[in-house]
Design a protein around this ligand. Structure first.
Ligand SMILES: NC(=O)c1ccc[n+]([C@@H]2O[C@H](COP(=O)([O-])OP(=O)(O)OC[C@H]3O[C@@H](n4cnc5c(N)ncnc54)[C@H](OP(=O)(O)O)[C@@H]3O)[C@@H](O)[C@H]2O)c1
Length: 303
């Protein structure tokens, strides 16, 4: 199991820290001494998550902030709050996600829900926080992708799937976009000499709420997703969180690195460096995606 190096004096924001992989990432960072902001859409679930972490680490320094990534005003409020306080911020874990609502669902901003939550909200948060991160010293942003990115296709002409909505295709596109953004941020930081590193990770296969939360959007009763295949090798959140933790904290993790499980089909096993699919590294793709996101959000990624 990966031992997070001492994080005393470091401050982290973890999105989607109310459960699943995000809660485990927050728990391990807090256990290593980081001060952790649990950025969650439900304050009640956030407080429950904080209480669960304190059971393991009574001295944990935690703060719950309400963040709805599917609402750009909420993203702006959280980012402005952190910027106004001006306290250093060293780690940003872009982890929260939603998968495969059966019907195309629009957010308050009129965006498709998966793209909005998984990509647009995290882009806006990262771009707004970039000035704070870059002046905090050795900051890292880590983006949670998925092996779904390997079959994703970015349709820059219809990122919101307005023409045709296919649930898995929209999810795979969003996870590919997360990977493309991680690599683009890394490239920009390297080119400008900004004191910031950007990494990506995927957790393999972990049976979390992800498989029911998305499938239940718009339903009165919870549904399970057909993608929750019990026969596939799977791992628990402690292992699933490791690629993101390594990306965020390992001294060996380099700007632009991508981590995932080393075991069969990349579904399970200890975190290792993995190769980004060619579809994520196409020349100019990151710049075009960032341009589209800047237009959608009104926020430039100034690195
Ligand atoms: N589990 C896997 O096998 C797997 C595989 C590949 C990639 N991933 C990725 O790993 C990440 C974490 O997923 P997980 O497996 O831990 O799933 P999870 O248990 O369902 O956790 C998802 C988290 O995202 C939060 N979230 C959803 N919509 C949000 C919004 N609009 N604003 C803020 N937070 C929101 C959820 O908050 P609530 O508590 O409010 O619902 C929850 O904390 C996701 O990005 C997912 O795509 C997971």
């Amino acid at each position: 199991m990966y031992d997070v190096p001492p994080q005393g004096g470091r401050r982290a924001v973890v999105t989607g820290a109310s459960g699943g992989l995000g809660l485990e990432v927050a728990r391990r960072l807090a256990g290593a001494g980081a001060e952790v902001v649990l950025a969650v859409r439900s304050p009640e679930r956030g407080e429950r998550a904080a209480a669960a972490i304190r059971e393991d680490h009574p001295g944990a320094r935690l703060e719950v902030r309400t963040l709805d990534l599917a609402d750009l005003a909420s993203v702006a409020r959280v980012a402005e709050g952190l910027l106004d306080e001006g306290r250093p911020l060293h780690l940003l874990a872009n982890n929260a996600g939603v998968m495969r609502p059966r019907r195309r669902t629009e957010t308050v901003d009129g965006l498709e829900l998966q793209f909005a939550t998984n990509v647009v909200g995290h882009y806006a948060l990262s771009a707004r926080l970039a000035p704070l991160l870059t002046r905090s010293g050795g900051a890292r942003v880590a983006w949670m992708s998925s092996s779904a990115a390997h079959v994703g296709r970015l349709d820059l002409g219809d990122l919101q799937a307005t023409r045709r909505y296919r649930p898995f295709r929209a999810y795979a596109q969003s996870k590919l976009a997360d990977l493309v953004l991680a690599l683009f941020m890394a490239e920009r930081a390297a080119a400008s000499g900004a004191n910031l590193a950007s990494m990506a990770a995927h957790p393999g296969y972990v049976r979390t709420n992800l498989f029911s939360a998305g499938a239940s959007v718009g339903r009165s009763r919870p549904r399970r997703s057909l993608l929750e295949a019990r026969w596939l090798p799977h791992q628990e959140v402690d292992w699933g969180a490791e690629p993101l933790l390594v990306a965020l904290t390992s001294p060996e993790a380099a700007n632009g690195a991508y981590y995932g499980p080393a075991g069969p089909w990349g579904l399970v096993g200890p975190a290792t460096l993995v190769r980004a699919p060619r579809r994520a590294t196409r020349e100019g793709l990151g710049a075009r995606l960032a341009e589209a996101l800047a237009e959608l959000t009104g926020v430039e990624l100034a690195l």
